[in-house]
Ligand binder design. Structure first.
Ligand code: CP
Ligand code: NVA
Length: 302
């Protein structure tokens, strides 16, 4: 694997296999109460420019379980928040820490940080991408369905960081991806163009969520307004109202469809309560797997 994990597009097939194999082993050992401390004496810095529940807890607990520690750095309380340059911060932090996880707005900031840092940098979500989430979701799909190979994943909703990352994953791995987004809210144009060229099984963007959901093995959605788009929330509720995973959409999918959501969810908006709390939903398993998959990433990179 490369020094950093900035996007799933940078991973090759061996990298995906290694992450998933290690995650499987780490999860099994953890469930059996076996302790491992391969990261004893190591420290992960976690820089947050945006809110988080799952990412913070899973990285922090993951480091602890691997024998290391994690430092929570709210960028507002550091000199980064007062304008210290990304390059200086990265170079200096590389002398204290063994790895850095960053959650911020611009993908370019994470990339700049990684270029300047001599230690591994992990993307913990940007406006463009959320690689740790989709790796955990693929791992969850493989656990539940045996493999993600040949399956149809349908994403309904905003063409946001989660949709973009699904496209990057589909450009690398053999599964089919259908997306349904309202006009004007498509995924990133460059990521989509590259994905369409490289996808082994096909990536198709629909306007009609029912058409996209036909025969889906996985139905996936995310919030209509992401972090940083709070002021658009009310307007988006109107635009996205037909892009909801509900009982009617579920009927279009396969009988054994898995319903997934990266969380946090807004019941009654992008997904109805009966579906997210119903028998097809695996959202809590997905959230749990963030821990095991990220432990594998930390073990490999650090
Ligand atoms: N899914 C996810 O990244 O959750 P948090 O925003 O709580 O970290
Ligand atoms: N698209 C969401 C994902 C949260 C995990 C956001 O960026 O807010």
């Amino acid at each position: 694997m490369k020094k950093d994990l900035l996007s799933v597009y940078e991973l090759d097939l061996d990298d995906f296999d290694k992450i998933f194999d290690d995650a499987r082993r780490l999860k099994k050992d953890f469930k059996e109460g076996k302790l491992h401390a391969p990261l004893k004496g190591k420290t992960l810095g976690m820089i947050f420019d945006k809110s988080s529940t799952r990412t913070r807890i899973s990285f922090e607990v993951g480091m602890y379980q691997l024998g290391g520690i994690a430092l929570f750095l709210n960028s507002r309380d550091t000199q980064i928040g007062r304008g210290e340059s990304i390059a200086d911060s990265a170079r200096m932090m590389s002398r204290y820490l063994n790895g850095i996880m960053i959650r911020t707005y611009a993908q370019e900031s994470v990339e700049e940080f990684a270029r300047a840092a001599s230690i591994p940098v992990v993307n913990g979500l940007t406006d463009l991408l959320h690689p740790c989430q989709i790796l955990s979701d693929l791992f969850t799909i493989a656990e539940k369905k045996g493999s993600y190979k040949g399956l149809k994943v349908t994403y309904i909703g905003d063409g946001n960081n989660i949709a973009n990352t699904w496209i990057e994953a589909a450009a690398r791995l053999p599964f089919e991806l259908a997306l349904a987004c309202p006009e004007g809210y498509d995924p990133d144009e460059a990521i989509m163009a590259r994905g369409k060229k490289e996808s082994p099984e096909g990536i198709v963007l629909y306007r009609d969520p029912f058409e996209a959901a036909k025969n889906a093995d996985i139905l996936y959605t995310d919030v209509w307004a992401s972090m940083g788009q709070e002021s658009e929330q009310e307007e988006r509720k109107k635009i996205f109202k037909n892009y909801q995973i509900n009982r009617k959409v579920l009927k279009e999918a396969k009988k054994d469809v898995l319903v997934m959501h990266c969380l946090p969810a807004h019941r009654g908006e992008e997904i109805t309560a009966d579906v997210i709390d119903g028998p097809h939903s695996v959202v809590i398993d997905e959230a749990e797997n963030r821990l095991h998959v990220q432990k594998a990433i930390l073990k490999i990179l650090l």
